[in-house]
Design a protein. Structure first.
Length: 551
């Protein structure tokens, strides 16, 4: 079903309107005279420039398949890199395609390229310039347009690609159900994190173990050539960068993992949903999403999401989701309410902020599977796995050098723990209900106490030294901290000590640890808010110190 939804996306967005062409980075233009001599080798600029070019062929199984008038220097000039036989075969394939177009169209531009390929000028250009093997070359006749853009040659190429389709085996497509030419191999998906510039294939049969019943390559899962190209173009479109995001319609979940999402309606629906789930910094600054997203006016609107990772040239599907758009929007709004700490502003917490808050020491990322499950729980309203809550607990002891950043990370982790606890559906959920006069759970009060003790102590390493043991074994850890704090205790500390359960719990289970961390995070958020307010009223940054002394 995933490929079918992606194919429909490509059709709806018009991505298959010109299936014979694609964009490719071109590094040099070889300008020729009519007799095939090189007039100039023009660089398109550092790193090349993206141009609309004839779609290059899929090269697999040692096949030498050339592109149409725009190709790698290995095919155009015969850069051998220690394999002269392969170099000759590549040039022969490139020349054969150019010659076929020239003989049929008699276009002067194509004839000039053929004369160049047949003359010593090709070898001379190969020797005189320095090549790395990655350059892509295009051609032009004199000061005219690029050869592949000449109308007669463009029309020839479109006819040629349709004839190639007719040479493919015919069968019923698993995606569309239609009978037609079937793809032998599929194009790689571009823009997937964790892959090189060559991309990664979502559907491939690279080993005998992937084949059965004597079938080879794409015959094992027959997909029509148009559908095979369509799902790739859909993913390429969503994974392409935009002005404000790593991916046009994707949420980066890690260095090699991304979730793409789309709807069965206009692009504005997906853009609005993406901004709700993973708002960018400018969007947060403008508070563009502070108002709830209205339910979609279009009846039956549906949202689709796929979480993909790139590894060793293959695209790995980690998760697929299909759900009513209205239900997903409601789930995201519910999460934003649950993740808020007491008194915090109504502010959406984007996925990137959650993942950043869950980074370990040295910036180690959340595991891709866990990041995918976290994103799915936000979109569906499902309970968060205990593993995610455990990671948030472990990260509570990680400190950041910048105080504002540290406070933000703490509040985000504590908010995630609160959301996780609210979804347990048991007594903990009831205890977290913010009713006036309600008594907070004992672990929550102990977490608040630790935050006040940290403020009294004033040392930056206090949390790293004491959080883990206090949240695990309160009876063993708290007495010594309380004795050290008595000399500088204030009324707030005295009130909290009076409210400490007696006897102190010997050990806390996972849910109790989460309550402890939530109490700690909420108290730290309150302290940070007071410090910021005091600093704003007292220029010079003295406000925070005064609040600390009052603690």
């Amino acid at each position: 079903m995933l490929l079918a939804h992606l194919y429909r996306y490509a059709e709806a967005r018009g991505l298959l309107a010109d299936a014979a062409h694609t964009t490719r980075r071109v590094h040099h233009v070889v300008r020729l005279s009519h007799d095939g001599r090189v007039r100039a080798l023009e660089s398109t600029g550092p790193g090349g420039v993206e141009l609309c070019v004839p779609r290059p062929p899929l090269r697999s199984g040692g096949r030498f398949a050339a592109a149409f008038f725009v190709d790698n220097v290995k095919y155009v000039l015969g850069l051998d890199e220690g394999a002269p036989d392969k170099a000759a075969s590549r040039v022969a394939a490139f020349s054969a395609l150019a010659r076929a177009a020239a003989e049929e169209t008699r276009a002067p531009e194509a004839l000039a390229v053929v004369r160049f390929l047949d003359s010593p000028a090709r070898e001379q250009l190969l020797v005189e310039a320095t090549w790395t093997g990655q350059e892509v070359l295009a051609f032009a006749l004199g000061d005219g347009p690029l050869v592949h853009e000449v109308p007669a040659l463009r029309a020839w190429w479109e006819r040629h690609t349709s004839q190639v389709d007719e040479e493919c085996p015919v069968g019923r497509c698993c995606v569309t159900g239609e009978v037609g030419p079937l793809a032998r191999v599929h194009e790689p998906v571009k823009g997937l994190p964790g892959t090189s510039g060559m991309g990664a294939r979502l559907v491939s049969f690279r080993a005998p173990s992937f084949e059965s019943h004597g079938l080879a390559q794409g015959a094992n899962a027959p997909i029509g050539t148009r559908a095979a190209l369509g799902y790739v173009l859909a993913l390429n479109h969503m994974l392409a960068p935009s002005e404000t995001r790593h991916h046009r319609q994707g949420i980066r979940l890690g260095s090699d993992t991304v979730m793409v999402l789309w709807t069965d309606g206009p692009p504005e629906e997906a853009a609005q949903m993406l901004s709700l789930v993973d708002a960018t910094r400018p969007e947060l600054t403008r508070r563009a999403l502070s108002c709830p997203l209205e339910p979609p006016a279009r009846s039956g609107a549906r949202l689709y999401a796929a979480t993909l990772s790139g590894t060793e040239g293959r695209a790995v599907v980690r998760d697929v989701l299909e759900a009513p758009l209205g239900d997903v929007a409601a789930s995201v709004h519910r999460f934003h309410r649950e993740v808020r700490l007491g008194g915090a502003p109504d502010w959406p917490v984007p996925v990137w902020a959650l993942l950043r808050a869950l980074e370990g020491r040295g910036g180690s990322e959340l595991q891709p599977d866990m990041a995918a499950r976290l994103a799915r729980c936000i979109l569906t309203g499902a309970a968060f796995p205990l593993q995610i809550l455990s990671v948030a607990l472990e990260r509570m002891a990680v400190e950041h050098a910048v105080s504002d950043d540290d406070a933000l990370q703490l509040a985000t982790r504590a908010g995630l723990l609160r959301a996780g606890l609210l979804r347990t559906g048991d007594a903990v959920q009831v205890a977290l209900a913010e009713t006036p006069g309600g008594e907070s759970p004992a672990p929550f009060r102990l977490g608040r106490l630790l935050a006040v003790l940290e403020q009294v102590d004033g040392r930056t390493e206090f949390r790293a030294r004491n959080f883990a043991r206090c949240s695990t074994s309160p009876a063993a850890a708290f007495p010594e901290l309380l004795r050290r704090a008595r000399a500088r205790s204030g009324q707030e500390l005295a009130d909290l000590v009076a409210d400490v359960p007696s006897p102190l719990p010997a050990r806390l289970d996972t849910q109790s640890k989460a309550l402890f961390a939530l109490g700690y995070g909420r108290e730290r958020a309150r302290q940070h808010a007071l410090s910021a307010l005091s600093a704003a009223r007292r220029p010079g940054g003295r406000g925070q110190e005064s609040v600390r002394r009052r603690g």
